[in-house]
Design a protein around this ligand. Structure first.
Ligand code: ZN
Length: 83
């Protein structure tokens, strides 16, 4: 049972993603995270929280925090599409 619990920690629970400001955005409407842009290639909206600097992706799945590397790739695509 203990081993199974450890494996489940590979997926970060929603309540542990970002901070309370950006999490609440998806439930109510706080002013974080800010919409950075829409990526056609990744088919998602990219958001960033000004409080905890977390990057959020909102695409085909429910919103979730993504790592910096993926955020950079998506942001680069947004810049290209908007120019
Ligand atoms: Zn946050």
């Amino acid at each position: 049972m203990r081993e199974r619990a450890l494996l489940m920690q590979d997926v970060t629970p929603f309540r542990d993603q970002g901070c309370k400001y950006c999490r609440e955005f998806w439930i109510s409407h706080s002013d974080q995270p800010k919409l950075i842009g829409v990526s056609l290639e990744y088919q998602c909206h990219l958001y960033r929280c000004g409080m905890c600097q977390s990057w959020w992706e909102y695409g085909l799945n429910h919103p979730h925090v993504i790592d910096r590397e993926l955020a950079d790739a998506i942001a680069a695509d947004i810049v290209q599409s908007s120019s």
